[in-house]
Ligand binder design. Sequence first.
Ligand SMILES: [Zn+2]
Length: 369
Amino acid sequence: MFKNSIKVGEVSNIPIKLHISFIIALPFIAWAVSTNIKSLAEIMNISYKSFIVPDYLLGLIVTVFLFISVALHELAHSYVAKSKGHKINSITLMLLGGIAEINELNEIPEDELQITIIGPMTSLAIGFTLLLISQLSLNLFIPDLGFLILYIGQLNIFLAIFNLIPAFPNDGGRVLRAYLAKKKDYIQATQIAVMVSKFTVFIFGIIGFIYGNFILILIAFFIYMRANQEYQFSLLKNLLSELKVKDLMSNDVSYVSQDLSINQLLDMMLYKSHSGYPVIEDGEIIGCVTMEDIREITNEKHQNVYVKDIMSTKIIKVSPNDDVNKAFQLLLEEDIGRLMVVKHGKLVGIITRTDIFNAFKIKQIEKSL
Ligand SMILES: [Zn+2]
């Protein structure tokens, strides 16, 4: 789902990725921390003069541990989700925390509550443990180490509190929704939780405005956008939950043979106005070719290059009886526009993002949402 990220490691088969925003922000965070070391040490009553490690290095170490803290928070969500039978695609660490990409987050409120609450609890546990260590043995450590333990402990507690603010996509917003969903239906619960989110970020924005704090306004704006997105997404999942792929797919599928030249294929795209085609040989589906595949071929070669040379043989398919939500999830995960609908090895239809969005709009009108 997040294309702008790079994989940095793996824990229990869960890929850990860094989002581009995080990578860009890293040196800034490190710099911001390092310029504040002196005043932070004063607040903590630690003698700055006896620090051995240079400020910039301390800033860097704090940033790395902040990154590890966010990762541990997300891993906690992932482990509980896993124990509830969910598949975890990846964990992406972003500027304002992380996102554990949990497949098909189900709508059992009790499960959502447990999966969500464990994140802040983990941060709190790490935070208080570090504070306790620093209280018990501050004098034994070199001052730098004492400073690091105390500061990273405080950051973890901040992380827990920040995530518990009742605003989507924060954990606080999800906890609120899960709690409401125990009493109301899921859409209503989401609607109320989103309203609370918007109100909360509105207050944030106002405070930011009054104090001229640009970062606070930016965070408020970011959360507001995500709250809306979350609402649309859960609405979509809910409204489409009763539909099967066969209800929305188009049955009359145009397909091509692997021996078609690129010129012929382009003609076909022009007249049939589809931008992608399945490739069929002896009744079996063997690949898929899209306009994107053609773009990579220079136009003087269009006569001599054939569909078989450029088609992708990775066929991403669903069955006609699969839920539309599963198809939608797959389209997002693979970042593609269409899925082949295959039954007993034979292509029986195609389902596209547009099919799903149209059905969503119709359902919204039907229920006047
Ligand atoms: Zn969380």
